[in-house]
Design a protein around this ligand. Sequence first.
Ligand SMILES: [Zn+2]
Length: 144
Amino acid sequence: MPTNLRYVNDAAIRKTLANALETLPDEYLICRGQRHRFNLEEDFHVPTSATLVGRQAKAAGDIERHFRCERCEVLRIERYERTRDGIVPAGGALYREYPDGYVLSGLGIPRGVKPSGVVQSEEFRRSMSKVAKAARKQSRSRAS
Ligand SMILES: [Zn+2]
């Protein structure tokens, strides 16, 4: 059993992921390859029952802070709990409201598996494709 799925090197999984990434919108690929770019959306607050994010949030703490990715618009929820001295992070961050098409589900890729290099390879492919396209455009305009 793999001990660290994050760096699993299974060829079939790599191929499946590479194929799925080919049609991912640019901004989602950037978020996957270079992390999200979060802006504060809602500062520290006590969530009301309407905004609580399920049992986990209730169990972890009673204070949240929300961030929104400016590229893909995923919501990051930081959770905190009160102590005598103030607050401390509790339970880790939750990610909610992924945009349609961001999550690659139904492909048989176990959750959390990110074969190293696959995302970067797709970023590289697109980057080189843009360079080639720009070069073709330049040579066409020179020829006319
Ligand atoms: Zn993002």
